[in-house]
Design a protein around this ligand. Structure first.
Ligand code: SAH
Ligand code: AVI
Length: 331
């Protein structure tokens, strides 16, 4: 019989996502060292992200929530009732009740890779909307996901809030939007939240708050590597860095070594020199027209959009750009 410690180790080995292992080992060996932002979201990471959304400096969540409340009935008029709402990267689904109350949907499908968090959020939501069929999908939305058969015959509204699209470089964002269009199917609509370019004095504190919650969120990636991949990374030897990259219109988050460090991950050795960084996140910001061009490139035709008076954040409603009618020529 296995002893308890080896039992636990075995269980954690079984549960490790092979894609996480691959991205960490390759990302730490690459130059520049980069680990995709999706790996922030284990349970601790999802909880830390929730704490970020409540920070006064993190204007994104409250601005989007207020846009959603103001636009909810206009959105309902444009989408009609009775759609299946499919949310990509649903997290806590905290803003979703605003949409669901206005839309009177036929079903709700939250999709997230943070499995436990997804199921708990879905359970909370089902208490609020007792008659609404909820079908959580635990998976990676960058791939072609199979939507639950229960919504097969329903018209769909994709919901992609939070400016999570900003965590993808432009070519990847275009691919993702195209994948969403294919997943949702022709005749679908998409409501997407996109953060706007603004002054660095507002952007930087949103990603480097004085309470150091964003720092904890970034550093949790190292804790996750240590927990799940038998890592020995000295977390205290790294510091959170947020930078505005003006030419790429993005906030970058990095983990910077404050001294020379050596550590192992699943038996592979890594040396990182003082001052070197691991690039952990991009958060792209868009101008008003760029956002519309992005959606068009991704196979969506924008039909309405809402922006707050400060021009901080936009909500855009789009429909699938279906093939042109027969007999028309491109030109
Ligand atoms: N929609 C929420 C949460 C945004 S945080 C909001 O607006 O506040 C981003 C969410 O997307 C997290 O819950 C994370 O787990 C999820 N996520 C990130 N990459 C993902 C991927 N590739 N597939 C599925 N979910 C992903
Ligand atoms: C989920 N995503 C849109 C957040 C963002 O703003 O890029 C993640 C985040 N990173 C740091 N703070 C919040």
């Amino acid at each position: 019989m296995l002893r308890r410690t080896s039992d636990l180790r075995l269980r954690s080995l079984i549960e490790v996502d092979p894609a996480f292992r691959h991205d960490v080992l390759n990302g730490l060996a690459a130059r520049p060292r980069t680990i995709p932002a999706r790996w922030f979201y284990d349970r601790a990471g999802s909880e830390l992200f929730e704490a970020i959304t409540a920070l006064p400096e993190y204007y994104l969540t409250r601005t989007e929530r207020s846009l959603l409340s103001d636009a909810a009935s206009a959105i309902a008029a444009l989408t009609g009732r009775g759609r299946a709402v499919v949310e990509f990267g649903s997290g806590s689904s905290a803003k979703t009740p605003i949409l669901l109350s206005a839309l009177d949907p036929a079903a709700y499908v939250p999709i997230d890779i943070s499995k436990d968090f997804l199921w708990e959020s879905a359970a909370r939501l089902s208490e609020l909307f007792a008659d609404l069929p909820i079908h959580p999908v635990d998976g990676d939305f960058t791939g072609m996901l199979r939507l639950p058969s229960a919504i097969e015959s329903l018209p769909r509204l994709g919901f992609f809030p939070g400016s999570t699209i900003g965590n993808f470089l432009v070519p990847d964002a275009v691919d993702l939007l195209r994948t969403m269009a294919a997943t949702l199917g022709s005749g679908s609509m998409l409501l997407i939240g996109i953060d706007r370019i603004k002054d660095e004095s507002i952007l930087l504190p949103a990603y480097d708050d004085p309470q150091r919650i964003t720092a904890a969120f970034n550093l949790n990636l190292l804790h996750r590597i240590n927990r799940e991949l038998e890592g020995s990374a000295p977390v205290q030897a790294f510091r959170h860095v947020a930078r505005w990259n003006d030419s790429e219109a993005r906030i970058e988050m990095h983990l910077e070594a404050v001294r020379d460090v050596r550590f192992e991950v699943e038996g592979r050795r890594f040396s990182i020199a003082k001052g070197e960084t691991i690039h952990t996140e991009n958060s792209l910001k868009y101008g008003p027209r760029d956002a519309l061009v992005l959606l068009r490139a991704g196979g969506w035709s924008p039909i309405a959009d809402w922006t707050d008076p400060d021009g901080f954040f936009s909500l855009i409603l789009a429909k699938t750009a279906d093939a042109a009618p027969a007999g028309t020529t491109a030109g």
